[in-house]
Design a binder for this molecule. Structure first.
Ligand code: GLU
Length: 427
């Protein structure tokens, strides 16, 4: 009882409520009849599982996991799997719903899903994580498959883990099923360009925005919260495009250099997975907290970590005039309207970080047709899809004088409502 209450207090911010408020706002701007979008208020399926895992010392531990399938109206369910100690059902539901809207806004033929295991993977050995992954996949196996629901990497999961997922599912089926998961190593059907795709998409969108605002990359100071797979690639590509990346952070805190950080050097340092930014040394570097990073003197802020980072408190003081949401759900609804009032341009997660699922789609298409594309082809197609989606959103922003978030949600909701209308209601 005490534990439950503590958990409730810790999770007063409810990401699924955040999603519902944003969707309802878009529906009222669109003047949609409730019957056109009521189904999107409820995930189609929510699975909670628990499973035992043998630890290296011979003891047994039970872990809990989730797979939420939000909508299959536009196609099979699609979405990543995260390993994190704080996950709960409302978070996974929100992440699944955001996948539905993300796939719709960029126009790829998927619905939305998300999975998670409540675990801090840094506390376990690689062999323990492998056994945990295989048992989790076995537990959710009735729901997944290449024409049903296709997982992918997310926070704290990677290509190696996707490889174990592919292998476990294939063993259960008795044949190789590469299309059951995306973000796999290329040796077993992964796509070239997939590991960098989310960060590349963030960089493409940021540069397109600078073009329409008439700004030069070289005049832009950038702060990136989170140097995981997404943040580090976005930082690398924006640095290469001429932006001055002045601040980056990881779980250990942030580093700041008002002139410019040496991003390639920082990435080489972090390539050693044991290294944390708190131990990084470079002339002119100042150590800052994650809070200070969000409020630092930058033109562009890229939150690339977890949800609920840009709160009301941060929004009131933020100095950046542009926020590009590389993470899923980094901004609360309240913070969003404060930033809108202060003239901050926010590019929403469902558009900004869609590059990952776009290249997941390319990977899946290659798998189910046994094709192999080169990296240039993949990157060019990613570029085209991201730029087209961005231009559609910009057009809506201009036509209706609304925020980028409202515009992206309206575009997605129009597609979802129309797919639902065409399909009708079974029985
Ligand atoms: N986890 C990523 C996301 O949130 C990628 C999902 C996918 O590729 O299916 O968009």
């Amino acid at each position: 009882m005490v534990a439950t209450n503590m958990k409730k207090q810790k999770h007063t911010y409810n990401p699924y409520e955040n999603f519902l408020t944003t969707m309802n706002n878009a529906a009222s701007l669109l003047k949609l009849d409730e019957s056109d979008y009521i189904t999107f208020k409820y995930p189609e399926r929510e699975l909670k599982v628990s499973f035992p895992v043998k630890m290296d010392d011979g003891s047994l531990r039970v872990f809990e996991g989730y797979r939420v399938q939000h909508s299959s109206v536009r196609g099979p369910f699609k979405g990543g799997i995260r390993f994190h100690q704080d996950v709960n059902m409302d978070e996974v539901k929100a992440l699944a719903a955001w996948m539905t809207f993300k796939c719709a806004v960029v126009g790829i033929p998927y619905g939305g899903a998300k999975g998670a295991v409540t675990v801090d993977p840094t506390n376990f050995s690689e062999t323990e994580i492998e056994r945990l992954t295989r048992r989790y996949v076995t537990a959710i196996a009735p729901l997944i498959g290449p024409d049903q629901d296709i997982p992918a990497p997310d926070v704290n999961t990677n290509g190696k883990i996707m490889g174990w997922i592919m292998d476990t599912f294939s063993m259960l089926r008795g044949r190789a099923v590469p299309g059951v998961v995306t973000g796999k190593p290329v040796e077993i059907g992964g796509s070239l360009g997939r590991p960098e795709a989310t960060g590349r998409g963030v960089s493409i969108i940021t540069q397109e925005l600078l073009k329409i605002l008439g700004k030069n990359a070289s005049d832009m100071k950038v702060a990136v919260q989170g140097m995981g797979n997404v943040g580090s690639v976005a930082a690398k590509l924006l640095d290469a495009a001429g932006c001055k990346v002045v601040a980056v952070s990881d779980v250990s805190g942030g580093i700041y250099n008002q002139a410019r950080l040496d991003i390639p050097r920082i990435i080489r340092f972090l390539d050693n997975k044991k290294h944390l930014l708190k131990d990084y040394m470079e002339d002119g570097v100042q150590f800052i907290s994650n809070h200070e990073l969000l409020l630092c003197d930058a033109d562009i802020l890229i939150p690339a970590a977890l949800e609920n980072q840009i709160t009301e408190e941060i929004a009131k003081e933020i100095r950046a005039k542009i926020v590009v949401e590389a993470a899923n759900g980094p901004t609360t609804v309240e913070a969003d309207s404060i930033m809108e009032g202060r003239g901050v341009t926010v590019i929403p997660d469902i558009l900004a970080n869609a590059g990952g699922v776009v290249v997941s789609y390319f990977e899946w298409v290659q798998n189910i047709q046994s094709l192999m594309w080169n990296e240039l082809q993949v990157n060019n197609m990613l570029h085209d899809i991201m730029v087209t989606a961005f231009q559609n959103v910009v057009q809506k922003v201009r036509d209706s004088n609304i925020s980028y978030r409202s515009a992206a949600y309206i575009i997605a909701l129009e597609k979802l409502a129309s797919a639902k209308r065409i399909r009708g209601v079974y029985l």
